[in-house]
Ligand binder design. Structure first.
Ligand code: NAD
Length: 488
């Protein structure tokens, strides 16, 4: 093994109220994806631990919801500053958590701080209610009140632990809720530093709690009667279980799930920009392990061959390797299971007629012990095949040919998912037509970042429901009370 990873890892504990618990009901052996080596024992919370965390959050709710909004906001602004001050540590933890390449890790910390600051800014500027009628037939007066739910259960996945925290927790806290977070057992480290900084920012104990754990802890959080809303980021299969479980208590559930987002490249586009952006997005953002990535590349037939050659060249130029090196573009995937899934899907796609034009096999040599799979492009993918429909969540790009706009649109919307849609064209009218017609939660025209603070981000269909980001992301954490005053 030639990749050194000798950073000290924080001890993973359950953060419940003022308590830091080292033991849960079991342990998970954390494996560093860059090396394939075990490097930490992660305690897994059980249902009793989750109950304690929820009780702590429930007790803290009456204090937090009555804390002046300005004070809640100031604490979140302080937290944003602290996250920035600890950027280097967070970046190192992201590398340790899941092998995020250094450049992406640093960018994610900056983005996370912005999300926290954004919602800190909202805390005392919330339109907390509106007048529904001043004088009605009976001479009554009415208005609405936005009310925080109470305890929010947040269940997050492993691909971007700090960003997931930043996209959920500040909005929930700004609205006056308290939170119990269950990070993925695969990536527990970032949440430890985050919890330390929440406390350092002056947010009272119990307002934010962390229960690292697996499915058992997640299920216990969903089932708990004192958890009033669940916000989940992860895969559709887990989302189905969570939705079914939440139905028992009629609990609202916000779901941020996966995608198979189409990226439409028309012959009139700036093809160099389209090729650069499309390739980087498919591979350079967490080695394809992110939800909103343009993983289905639809290319107009008049430019198809040249464009495929261009993206294949760019993909082959990306450095795959040690995430700690500044010039690494593609780090490892999360674990052996992910490598196995990627290998199997690439093999099946080839059996279904797809042609490998870049990558196509697990990295060997000095990378053999880590979980590295180079950027892989499959051209001529059959639109009805598995690869055209199923999320790989790894560095695999499916390329499909289209003839005209109507064909492109039909292919793009031929999916159960509905998270992001990408359009490359110099024709503004076409772009406007397509933004209207793509069945996705967001549309990106000629390259723009996903998941920025001011814009709501979320999907439809198998990509979930609800939003993170923007005012919509804040409103997820209120219920509406309607108030009427009669003349009696
Ligand atoms: P997953 O669904 O397996 O796990 C996510 C979380 O759910 C983990 O914390 C896990 O421990 C927990 N969990 C597992 N079983 C549970 C249960 N029965 N009850 C409650 N919690 C349970 O996650 P995954 O499939 O490995 O994650 C990848 C998926 O996440 C992809 O589909 C990806 O697209 C999606 N994702 C979406 C977004 C977004 O914002 N839309 C962001 C990142 C990832």
């Amino acid at each position: 093994m030639s990749i050194a990873t000798d950073h000290a890892l924080p001890e993973v504990t359950l953060r419940i109220g003022s308590e830091s618990r080292s033991i849960g009901v079991a342990f998970h052996e954390h494996v560093n994806p860059a090396t394939g080596q075990r490097d930490a024992r992660v305690p897994l919370a059980g249902s009793a631990d989750v109950d304690d965390a929820v009780q702590a959050a429930h007790q803290a709710f009456s204090l937090w919801r009555t804390t002046p909004a300005r004070q809640r906001g100031r604490a979140l602004l302080k937290l944003a500053d602290l996250v920035e001050e600890h950027a280097g540590e967070f970046a190192a933890l992201a590398i340790a958590d899941n092998g995020t390449p250094q450049a992406t890790a640093h960018a994610s910390v900056a983005a996370a701080a912005e999300w926290i600051r954004y919602y800190g800014g909202w805390a005392d500027k919330l339109p907390l209610g509106r007048i529904t009628s001043v004088v009605s037939a009976g001479g009554s007066f009415g208005h609405t009140l936005r009310q925080p739910y109470g305890v929010i259960g947040a269940i997050i996945t492993w691909n971007a632990p700090l960003m997931s925290l930043a996209m959920k927790v500040p909005a929930a806290l700004a609205a006056g809720n308290t939170v119990v977070v269950k990070p993925s057992e695969l990536t527990p480290f970032s949440a430890m530093l985050f919890a330390d900084l929440v406390r350092a920012a002056g947010i009272p104990d119990g307002v934010f709690n962390v229960v690292p754990g697996g499915a058992e802890a997640g299920a216990a959080l969903v089932d708990h009667p004192l958890v009033k809303k669940v916000t989940f980021t992860g895969g559709p299969e887990t989302a189905r279980k969570i939705t079914a479980a939440a139905a028992r208590t009629f609990k609202p559930v916000l779901l941020e799930l996966g995608g198979k987002s189409a990226n439409l490249v028309f012959a009139d586009a700036d093809l160099d920009a389209a090729a650069r952006h499309s390739t980087f997005m498919a591979f350079g953002v967490m080695s394809g392990q992110a939800c909103a990535l343009p993983t289905r590349l639809l290319v107009q037939d008049s430019i198809y061959d040249a464009f495929v050659a261009k993206v294949a060249d760019i993909a082959a130029s990306f450095k795959v390797g040690n995430p700690e090196e500044a010039d690494t573009v593609c780090g490892p995937v999360i674990n052996q299971g992910a490598i196995d899934r990627v290998e199997a899907m690439v093999a099946r796609a080839q059996e279904e007629g797809a042609r490998v034009v870049a990558g196509g096999a697990r990295a060997g040599g000095e990378l053999a012990e880590g979980f590295y799979y180079p950027p892989t492009i499959l051209a001529d993918v059959d639109p009805s095949s598995e690869l055209a429909h199923k999320e790989v969540f790894g560095p695999v790009l499916a390329v499909i040919r289209f003839t005209d706009e109507a064909h492109a649109l039909a292919l793009a919307n031929d999916t159960d998912y509905g998270l992001s849609g990408y359009i490359w064209t110099s024709d503004a009218r076409r772009a406007i037509r397509l933004t209207e017609q793509l069945e996705t939660g967001e549309v990106v025209v000629n390259g723009a970042p996903n998941a920025v603070t001011e814009r709501p981000f979320g999907g439809i269909g198998h990509s979930g429901n609800g939003n993170e980001g923007g005012l919509e992301g804040l409103e997820e954490f209120f219920w509406t009370k309607s108030v009427a005053y009669g003349d009696g």
